[in-house]
Design a protein around this ligand. Structure first.
Ligand code: ADP
Length: 375
């Protein structure tokens, strides 16, 4: 019995109400017992004044009958009060326990993987007018919504990764089969193709690892005051050969006297490599990539513009979404996994900065702007 009571909040509520009712009745009966003789004597004294003295026998009879009448009506009233209190307490405990039970059932469904589960919130949806239980249900619904989003993202991510892995693996497998069957010559070209695909896989895994780190906030920033010009020049030195090979010009227009930014040099360097590298990748030979910087509202605005293929308006906001590529075949051929800009966005935002893209449309070049905090 105690075990059953311990396991049910409703019984606990009921018992607590029951104890309160019982104490109320006991107090009522005891108080009546103590106060009745005094009250009787007082009222008898008033009666005697009007009616004249009574014999002690008559007075005793009167007291006993009065006592009986009071006790009788007390017992009836106490029983009526007790029954109505029990009914009300049953109703109230049910009212309190029902929403808690709903939350319990819903959380079990969620634990079973049904993330679309929501709790009906009775009454007003205005938080100011909600009691604690309704607020608990509301928070629960918000939590399940977040869980559902995370679950959708997780599934999408697994699907995307599987999709990204499939192409290079299929190429490697195809080449190896060709080699084993003697269909493909065991020459430089075949080895080079397999090597390129393996390299692409390696890059994808590295990108995924980076993405995982930035998305989970596991990256420690080593902030230091650094001139933007130097940051861009480091990137320029690293990419100069590729620019030369492709015949694209890289121009810098950054004043020397700009205030220093407060950044993790490696991380923001990685962002610039990605952005300037993208501009190079999506600009045909003969084109120009220009990097400019200026002070704007106590921040440094870095602008990377190119004369390349441009980005259509509907793609502008999507290019920062992971695995998003405007032209799937073209960027995959160039080794792009569609994660670079997602990582760049996370890194810039973790510095307290902002990054966005602009383009007058396809064929008209693109501009990526980065706002970085001044130290
Ligand atoms: P990827 O590794 O595929 O380049 P990113 O995340 O760096 O991935 O870029 C996402 C997509 O944004 C690219 O696939 C490309 O379609 C588009 N993009 C990025 N930079 C440029 C640019 N400078 N010009 C045109 N398109 C771009």
């Amino acid at each position: 019995m105690i075990k059953i009571i311990r396991r049910h909040l409703g019984y606990k509520f009921f018992i607590s109400y029951f104890v309160v009712i019982l104490i109320g009745i006991i107090v009522l009966l005891t108080a009546t017992e103590f106060t009745m003789p005094g009250a009787f004597d007082r009222h008898m004294a008033e009666m005697i004044e009007v009616m004249g003295p009574l014999t002690s026998e008559l007075e005793n009879d009167l007291y006993n009958n009065f006592n009986k009448a009071v006790n009788e009506s007390l017992i009836f009233s106490a029983a009526a009060a007790f029954i109505s209190a029990v009914i009300v307490s049953l109703f109230v405990s049910k009212q309190v326990v029902a929403p808690i039970r709903r939350i319990m059932v819903a959380s079990q469904h969620i634990a079973d993987g049904h993330y679309s589960e929501r709790i009906q919130i009775p009454g007003s949806l205005d938080i100011e007018e909600m009691d604690e239980l309704a607020q608990l249900s509301l928070s629960f619904n918000q939590m399940t919504l977040e869980l559902e989003k995370a679950e959708t993202l997780r599934k999408q991510l697994i699907g995307d990764i599987a999709h990204e892995l499939r192409t290079p693996l299929a190429t490697i497998k195809g080449s190896m089969e060709g080699l084993m069957d003697g269909v493909l010559p065991a020459g430089q070209d075949t080895y080079h193709q397999v090597y390129q695909e393996a390299k692409r896989l390696q890059r994808l895994v590295d990108d995924l690892q980076d993405l995982n780190r930035v998305e989970s906030g596991a990256i420690q920033l080593n902030l230091e005051k650094y001139p933007v010009k130097e940051l861009v020049e480091i990137t320029q030195r690293r990419l100069l050969r590729q620019f030369d090979d492709k015949g694209v010009l890289l121009e810098l227009d950054i004043p020397d006297d700009l205030p220093k930014v407060s950044v993790d040099v490696d991380r923001i360097g990685q962002v610039f490599i990605n952005l300037i590298g993208n501009s190079l990748q999506y600009t045909p030979s003969g084109g120009v990539v220009t990097v400019m910087a200026k002070e704007k509202m106590n921040q440094i605005l870095v602008t990377i513009s190119d004369t390349g293929i441009g980005i259509s308006p509907e793609n502008l906001s999507n290019i920062f979404t992971r695995f998003y590529r405007v032209d799937k075949s073209r960027s995959r051929a160039g080794g792009g996994s569609g994660i670079g800009l997602t990582i760049a966005k996370h890194l810039v935002e973790s510095h307290g900065g902002k990054i966005w893209a602009e383009s007058p449309g396809l064929g008209n070049g693109s501009t990526i702007r980065v706002l970085l905090p001044i130290s």
